[in-house]
Design a protein around this ligand. Structure first.
Ligand code: T4K
Length: 372
């Protein structure tokens, strides 16, 4: 049998090229605090992502926490239960009450049509997620946020390089937050970023991630330490050099899955949205056990026996974790679609070095249920 196949693996650039960066770091002895590579990566990402300002962070979760802090959000925030826990944890770290609203069934993002009913006098913001890189309904969410004078922060952890109608999704909302974790399609090992639209917000965010320090004798706010270091930034610069190759390999894998699984009975794929440029960070399938014949969990176990490690992103729902389950908005009757989808979803392996042979093997196992 082949080696274990994981849901993802980072794209590793040639090691010699990283050694060149290491040599420079050893020469200059600058390891962190807005060093040369940090500055180069911020500039490189602004150019590549076609955004005005970006602030790098040591990870995506701290970037989310600071994004919420920077906009002085308080009270209640409307968000999705169908995400990685960090989305809601970032609210908790800001003493904010999460208010969960259900997702729409087509692309599994926060359903804008259900948002307004959840707004109260305490609501100050909306925190949606572009789940698996499928853009949320940007226009509708903007309308609602404007009408009710709410801030709009997108958790764009899955949306590196995604654009809609030729424009980066990161330009939507007040702020967008990226994750550059090892499992993401662009990685700095651990890392993240906030995208904002003006210089003064960027300055404020930079202050918040660096203790509030302006210069040797000036501290303007009670900031935290959430800086990206030079090793992370150097790795990011190399990732950026190879990102288009990495994405095109992912695209090939996604197309092959689509071709082989489209007509599989009981397996549903998410439709791609027209005019979206995808970067294929995840490949979710939904298993309708009545038609497919076995449950999502059975399929997960069977693939595992074949050394293929899929993931149930996102099960359990955030609203079902003990920590959040007693919130009024967590009751399952409020979140019927999210509850159904989280029991059906399975994310299949997708990463640049995944071979065609393995993708075909995975598809065969799923379609023919020839699972030993
Ligand atoms: N918002 C959203 C919507 C997110 O999805 C995330 C993170 C965040 C916010 C927070 O951003 P960060 O603070 O993480 O930057 C993973 C990641 O830890 C997490 O970053 C990610 N979302 C989440 C969806 O998935 P796990 O617990 O599933 O990861 P893990 O360690 O089991 O890795 C999955 C597979 O990847 C492994 O089986 C093997 C492979 N792998 C993993 C690592 C860490 C590697 O090949 N190399 C590695 O170094 O959470």
């Amino acid at each position: 049998m082949h080696n274990p196949i994981y849901v993802t693996q980072p794209f590793m650039p040639p090691m010699e090229e990283f050694t060149d960066y290491l040599k420079k770091i050893w020469e200059t002895k600058i390891l962190t605090n807005n060093g040369q590579f940090h500055q180069e990566l911020e500039k490189g990402l602004c150019d590549y992502l076609d955004v005005k300002h970006i602030s790098l962070f040591s990870n995506g979760t701290l970037a989310l926490i600071i994004a919420i802090k920077a906009l002085k959000i308080s009270g209640e925030v409307i968000t999705t239960p169908y995400s990685f826990v960090a989305t809601t944890h970032a609210l908790w770290w800001n003493n904010i009450k999460p208010v969960f609203v259900d997702i729409e069934p087509e692309h599994l993002n926060l359903d804008p049509e259900k948002v307004e009913a959840a707004i109260t006098p305490l609501t100050t913001a909306i925190l949606p997620v572009h789940v698996y890189g499928n853009p949320c309904n940007l226009e509708r969410l903007k309308q609602i946020a404007t009408k009710h004078n709410l801030k709009l922060i997108y958790d764009a952890a899955h949306s590196f390089g995604v654009s809609f109608n030729g424009q980066s999704v990161l330009t939507s909302g007040d702020l967008s937050v990226l994750s550059f974790h090892a499992t993401k399609n662009f990685s700095t090992m651990e890392g993240g970023a906030i995208v904002c639209h003006d210089e003064s917000t960027k300055q404020q965010i930079d202050n918040l991630k660096n203790f509030g320090i302006i210069d040797e004798v000036t501290v303007v706010t009670a900031g935290i330490n959430a800086k990206m270091n030079e090793l992370q930034a150097a790795f990011g610069l190399l990732q950026l050099k190879y990102i288009d190759i990495a994405v095109s390999k992912r695209e090939k894998i996604a197309r092959l899955y689509r071709e082989k699984l489209t007509s599989a009975k009981g397996i549903n794929l998410l439709n791609e949205i027209e005019d979206v440029k995808y970067t294929y960070s995840y490949f979710p399938i939904l298993i309708n056990e009545k038609i497919y014949g076995i449950t999502r969990d059975d399929l997960y176990d069977c693939l595992k026996k074949n050394n293929i490690y899929t993931r149930k992103y996102f099960y359990p729902l955030i609203s079902n974790f003990p920590f959040y389950k007693d919130l009024p908005s967590s009751i399952s009757k409020n979140l019927p679609i999210a509850n159904i989808i989280s029991k059906q979803v399975l994310c299949l392996p997708i990463y640049p070095d995944l071979s065609t042979e393995i993708v075909l093997e995975i598809c065969d196992l799923i379609v023919n249920k020839e699972i030993k």
